[in-house]
Ligand binder design. Structure first.
Ligand code: FWO
Ligand code: ZN
Length: 390
């Protein structure tokens, strides 16, 4: 049990200075001047001069590793626990990418289970870039209904030279099957959509919203900030059709497409354009390959995404873009939790899971991270590492 005393609580909304008591992996009590009943083995954590935030949710992580677009030597490494918790992330959703052949659903589920045993909360999407989706049971709906950790489908590629070039009705069918799978299993039924550089951009999503009965909340297009044109199309999609847009934080504009928009900058652009702060999320594309292709579409270089970039872009949203902490936090806590239908994640409230980040109020440098009530990072040092991490 921990009593975090006198921190400024951002739930994400600003609740002011208060104490937060955790126990049994949950937030038990919040309030002013809670008694430090050390008799029950309560350990007090001093939150003075710090902000307390919900643990971050990263809804797009290649937990197995991804890549391979430059040949087998470019297959990226799998995710390590310390990469997650050092960046204040306490929930991840694992996905497959371009390589849906040697990266399998069986392997993805095993890795998700491993990370859950190591201390964070994990879910996965069924499928990969490809259409028809490569699933475990042979059907998207069955994977979502029968496999507890499967909360949706992704990352399904469209508007990309590496996609299966699906037709819009094939795409709509994937969203429909994912939605019904979610309805029948009480889960999100979210389709995580990989947006490439193709000129069709968000055309298929507009088709689903306008021509079917399916709501925009079953679709989350990611990499929206990969180009200025797509960023602008995403802003229009969010404003005109109530769509949700996800910005990738791993991309380092200094080393990738110069047309790329830094995620924190993209959030600023969207908010200034009038997009609701409830409709923008960040995800890291951690361990995903960040390939660079030349004008002829030839592979020209490769980077690897990092989960810790999620917190960096949230922090830059505040410190560089001047966005208030509540709006910056929503993009990485409450908003992904709402889309993923995880009621006990993404918010600081009694009964929620004790996934918490304590950081310096001025610099936002992370001090302490709790995942499911366990201290994983303390005074900036990772205390709990992965099984085979040195
Ligand atoms: C993006 C993951 C891309 C993998 O377009 O989609 O390739 O399978 O590991 N990465 N293909 C990176 C851009 C957003 C910069 C992936 C990658
Ligand atoms: Zn992608």
């Amino acid at each position: 049990m921990y009593l975090i005393k006198n921190a400024k609580v951002y739930a994400p909304e600003d609740l002011g200075d208060m104490d937060v008591l955790t126990g049994g992996g949950q937030i038990l009590k919040m309030g002013k001047d809670l008694p430090a009943e050390t008799a029950y083995g309560v350990e007090v954590i001093d939150g003075t001069g710090k902000v307390l935030m919900p643990g971050l949710i990263d809804a797009h992580v290649h937990i197995l590793g991804g890549g391979g677009e430059g040949g087998a030597r470019t297959r990226t490494p799998e995710l390590a626990l310390s990469d997650v918790v050092s960046g204040g992330v306490t929930t991840v959703v694992g996905c497959l990418g371009t390589d849906g052949c040697t990266r399998t659903m069986e392997n993805l589920l095993a890795k998700a289970k491993g990370l859950e045993e190591e201390g964070i909360t994990t879910y996965v999407y069924t499928g990969s870039y490809q259409v028809p989706a490569r699933t475990l049971t042979g059907s998207i709906m069955d994977d979502i209904i029968l496999l507890e950790k499967v909360v949706g489908t992704g990352e399904i590629a469209i508007s990309d030279h590496r996609s299966s070039q699906p037709k819009k009705k094939e795409f709509a069918r994937i969203v429909a099957d994912t939605r019904v799978g979610g309805i029948l299993s009480g889960k999100a039924g979210l389709v995580n959509i990989h947006m490439g550089d193709g000129e069709n951009r968000l055309k298929f999503l507009r088709y689903v919203v306008k021509k079917t009965e399916i709501p925009p909340s079953n679709m989350l297009p990611t990499h929206i900030n990969r180009s200025r044109e797509l960023m602008e199309d995403g802003i229009d999609y969010a404003k005109s059709l109530g769509g949700y847009i996800d910005l990738t934080t791993s991309s380092d504009p200094d080393h990738l497409d110069p047309d790329e928009v830094k995620a924190s900058r993209g959030l600023k652009m969207a908010l200034e354009a009038g997009v609701s702060s409830d409709h923008v999320t960040f995800s890291s594309d951690g361990q995903g390959s960040l390939p660079v292709f030349d004008a002829q579409g030839q592979f020209a270089g490769l980077g690897v995404g990092k989960v810790c970039s999620l917190y960096r872009e949230m922090r830059d949203s505040v410190l560089t873009e001047g966005i208030c902490l509540t709006h910056a936090l929503k993009a990485v806590t409450q908003n992904p939790a709402a889309l993923l239908k995880l009621p006990r994640k993404g918010r600081i409230l009694e009964g929620a899971d004790a996934d918490l980040v304590l950081a310096d109020a001025g610099t936002l440098v992370i001090d302490t991270v709790l995942a499911k009530g366990k201290v994983m990072v303390r005074h900036g040092q990772v205390l709990v590492k992965g099984t085979f991490e040195s």
